[in-house]
Ligand binder design. Structure first.
Ligand code: AGP
Length: 609
């Protein structure tokens, strides 16, 4: 989830680009770069670190260029180095590109280009684009970009420039966001509106699949060969709202970014036949097949993702999985050893207890893999291998998109283990791959549906209640834990989360007339058992808010409010079932007038024990 900005106009644009990148820094800040374009060609500056570093690298510039583009990077392919920072150029240095997204078939494209003699200077997926454009370039950047898009798989938004056509930028988008800002005789193109908001409020949305040609004062939008006519719209957001993409909080924005987080985490790892490739974990297929036990260590929301992962791995790969909060694991007698795989899940990659638990296991000779969202973080440095989620930067303290991305990464690992251990048949692998691939779309459908509004409305309805009990069974159990954690951390309402079957061994005593009980009751082999638990709590006067599978007509008889989610494989249902609970928690906190992005006493990264 990088940030891009481009400018074509009559003003010297260096400061416009740097300012725009500063406003996009929330999208990624591990390195940045820009290219300024004039009749003498390109001037490219790149730097590792935040925008202040790019400013330092550009200090003393006297550029009067009136076209250019910039990029702030959130690394997905390739380490955080200056060579991997954007823009990237072709071999002649006459084509320059900045990109946000993932090119899923870049490895294939890269090796085909290398066979033709192309030398790559970075480890990024992006670099294939300028080389491909150069290959197709015959004096018209639009034609070359059009040809290249046909060769790219994945989702992306990129802007390209040719030194032979100064004053012209050509951009293309597939799924990743891109918007044009229309000024007086000048045009901006960016990943998000804040990049150009101080300069213009006139915006033009670009649809997926379109190509945009920007020249001073003239914009052409192309859908294939057809020129599309579209009027600009005026945004009335202030800068703060714009940074949140029009949502009123980062948390809500990040909830809506979950389809992208899931898609990006799948990226190029899942082939059409279900084959999974997990570069970086430090174990080849033979070594993976020999894994005897898996330990998962994590804290908070990451721990809940680990609990979901246990069901997936044990079912698909038949390996025993032990999941434990890291702060306990680190002080127990650690029995992990050679032959065991230990996975430390930490979105930040810096959580002290998780790092310590990983260290303990590593000292015992286990193979330790960091499952993290942050490239180059301490967890990566301390581990034998890494499995990245690609959720983009998460700003809200309450983890949302990183959680579903963690579950997705674990689902891919479980599928991979099932393949190498032959616990899944060929068609089973392909079917599961297809179910996994459908998840991002199902989450997107849900978020755009009235069902998502119903989850918000339910939160508002119950907002003043002093206590909530959350129940779930099987894979619904960690979902209930996560729903309860979301609610307590941002609304400060006491919650208790319990395995539904265990409820009658204690927590049932908490219930009284009207006590709200949130039950994860999605379809699956324990559905009837969950219904029995619902009846038990209702018999004590509790009001039930059930998360259930679309099309389940029976549940309405048992619940006061039903939050429906799209149907998927029961084992994958946590990715969907958690979303209404995020929205529910969000709505309770908002109704109570609380700051959901920065709840009291909590830090996004807990670097102390
Ligand atoms: C999640 O909403 C919480 N803020 C918290 O529980 C968090 O998941 C935990 O601190 C672990 O963080 P990590 O994933 O960065 O290690």
């Amino acid at each position: 989830m990088c940030g891009i900005i481009g400018y074509v106009g009559s003003r010297p644009c260096e400061e416009l680009i740097l300012g725009g990148l500063e406003r996009l820094e929330y999208r990624g800040y591990d390195s940045a770069g820009m290219v300024l374009i004039d009749d003498s060609g390109f001037t490219t500056v790149r730097a590792v670190g935040n925008l202040a570093e790019l400013r330092k690298a550009a200090a003393g510039s006297t550029s009067t260029a009136t076209a250019g583009m910039g990029h702030t990077r959130w690394a997905t392919h390739g380490r955080v180095t200056e060579a991997n920072a954007h823009p990237h150029a072709d071999a002649s240095g006459r084509i320059s590109v900045v990109m946000n997204g993932i090119i899923e078939n870049y490895a294939r494209l890269r090796s085909a280009l290398q066979d033709e003699g192309v030398v790559f200077l970075s480890e990024t997926d992006t670099e294939v684009i300028p080389h491909l454009i150069a290959k197709h370039y015959a004096g018209d950047l639009v034609q070359a970009v059009r040809a290249v898009i046909g060769e790219l798989e994945g989702h992306f938004a990129f802007v390209a420039a040719s030194a032979d056509e100064p004053g012209r930028l050509v951009a293309a988008r597939r799924e990743c966001p891109m918007v044009v800002g229309v000024g007086e005789g000048e045009l901006f193109i960016a990943s998000a509106i804040p990049a150009f908001l101080p300069e213009t409020r006139e915006t033009l949305e670009i649809e997926t699949g379109e190509i945009v040609v920007l020249e001073a004062g003239a914009i052409t939008i192309l859908d294939g060969d057809t020129v599309v006519s579209r009027d600009p719209a005026t945004v009335d957001w202030d800068a703060d709202a714009a940074e949140k993409g029009g949502f009123d909080t980062f948390m809500l924005k990040e909830i809506h970014e979950q389809p992208d987080a899931l898609n990006d985490t799948i990226g190029d790892r899942l082939a059409r036949d279900g084959t999974v490739t997990l570069d970086g974990i430090g174990l080849d297929d033979a070594a993976l097949a020999r894994v005897e036990r898996i330990h998962i260590v994590a804290c908070g929301t990451s721990f809940h993702a680990g609990l979901v992962g246990r069901y997936l791995i044990e079912d698909w790969a038949r390996i025993p999985v032990h999941v434990e909060v890291a702060s306990e694991y680190r002080y127990r007698t650690c029995l992990a050893g050679p032959g065991d795989l230990v996975i430390g899940i930490t979105q930040s990659g810096e959580t002290a207890d998780t790092l310590a638990a990983m260290r303990v296991a590593r000292e015992r000779g286990a193979h330790v893999v960091a499952l993290t969202n942050i490239m180059g973080s301490q967890a990566v440095r301390d581990a034998d291998g890494v499995l990245y989620t690609r959720a983009g930067l998460e700003i809200g303290v309450a983890a949302t998109k990183t959680h579903v991305a963690q579950v997705m990464a674990l689902a891919l690992l479980a599928l991979k283990l099932g393949q190498v251990r032959h616990t899944l048949t060929g068609s089973g692998v392909a079917d599961l791959g297809e179910d996994i691939r459908r998840l991002p779309g199902l989450v997107a459908d849900y978020l755009a549906s009235p069902a998502a509004d119903a989850a918000i409305a339910a939160g508002e309805k119950y907002a003043e209640r002093p206590f909530f009990l959350y129940l779930g069974r099987h894979v619904g159990m960690p979902v209930s834990y996560e729903g309860a954690l979301k609610l307590k951390e941002i609304s400060y309402v006491p919650t208790e989360a319990y395995p539904a079957g265990e409820m009658k061994h204690g927590p049932i005593a908490l219930l009284d007339d009207g006590s709200p009980v949130v039950v994860v009751a999605t379809d699956g082999h324990v559905f009837d058992k969950v219904v029995s638990n619902i009846q038990e709590v209702r018999a004590r006067g509790a009001q039930v808010i059930a998360v259930a599978t679309e099309g389940n007509e029976e549940i309405a008889e048992h619940a006061d409010d039903v939050l429906f989610v799209p149907r998927t494989l029961p084992l994958l249902s946590s990715v969907l079932a958690v979303v209404p609970l995020q929205l529910f928690a969000y709505a309770v906190a908002r109704a109570r007038g609380l700051n959901v992005d920065q709840p009291r006493n909590l830090a996004k990264t807990v670097t102390v024990e």
